[in-house]
Design a protein around this ligand. Sequence first.
Ligand SMILES: Nc1ncnc2c1ncn2[C@@H]1O[C@H](COP(=O)(O)OP(=O)(O)OP(=O)(O)O)[C@@H](O)[C@H]1O
Ligand SMILES: [Mg+2]
Length: 302
Amino acid sequence: MKFALEAAGVTKKFNNKTALADISFEIPRGSAFGIIGRNGAGKTTLIKLILGFLRPSGGALSVIGGAPGEFYSKIGYLPEYSDYHLSFTGREYLKYLAGVSGMNGAAAAAKVSELLEMTGMSDGADRRMAHYSKGMLQKIGIAQALMTSPEFVILDEPFSGLDPFAQKELCDIMAALKTQNKTLLICSHILAHLEKICDGFAIIHRGRIIRHGETSSMLVTRGRYRLSFENAGAAVVEELKEKHGLSIADDGGYILEEKKKGDKEAVLKRLIDSGASINALGESKETLDDYFNSVVSPREAE
Ligand SMILES: Nc1ncnc2c1ncn2[C@@H]1O[C@H](COP(=O)(O)OP(=O)(O)OP(=O)(O)O)[C@@H](O)[C@H]1O
Ligand SMILES: [Mg+2]
């Protein structure tokens, strides 16, 4: 089996509303795949179809070589919203799940300790979950997703509620899962993390995949520069935007994406000839955030 997931022409309608249309993509086994899109784009709906919680209105899904829902023990899942048994301690809750998953006695205790350690929850493990912070609950959610040592791990908004340190720890956990050859499917709005972790992406917009592919081929790595200059006239800047691929970055600086070889030199010459002073020029790799913003317009009505 080459792919952990194959989606072919998947559609999902709720009454008359089309939430997903013609979704087709694959996730190679052992790779990490990110699904990104604005709120309401259809990401969680797609996950529920993959898990077999919802049935597609059309198209087909193959999940670890079977139908959705056929191999639950091979799939780990962190839901977007979790409702835990708050009167349990974290350890009790995980032990209970270990039991449900077929582990007993020392094996269950060892698995629970391993997961608590991995998620940095060993210290809080014996406190009632009712007293947990949002981040602690999220960590227990990640621990439960890994209970059956699944080969396919599906995480819906895993960074939600985690502070920057805990987010970094979770990135490290994901990197460790990749080294164990597990397949990851991650929905998140934290694009900087996804860019580091994921080998491929799909961007869902209004229920359709508008871009998908490998991270390395989606993000521009050559012919893209960060440029800083001052004292350039507005007309010159407009001319450079039109002719030579100059644009303004989110932080107000300039990005130069060469449309053709020599654009960089042409821009620098034009700026210098017009009396502007150049402060800096450096190569700039396109980020997933840049890419997402370039294909999904923030002004477009939802
Ligand atoms: N059970 C349902 N019945 C009717 N409509 C639904 C149902 N579930 C989802 N939808 C609709 O489908 C669309 C996609 O929702 P979904 O939760 O998949 O978005 P999402 O991309 O996960 O968004 P977010 O980033 O906010 O989590 C939304 O318009 C939502 O209202
Ligand atoms: Mg969602």
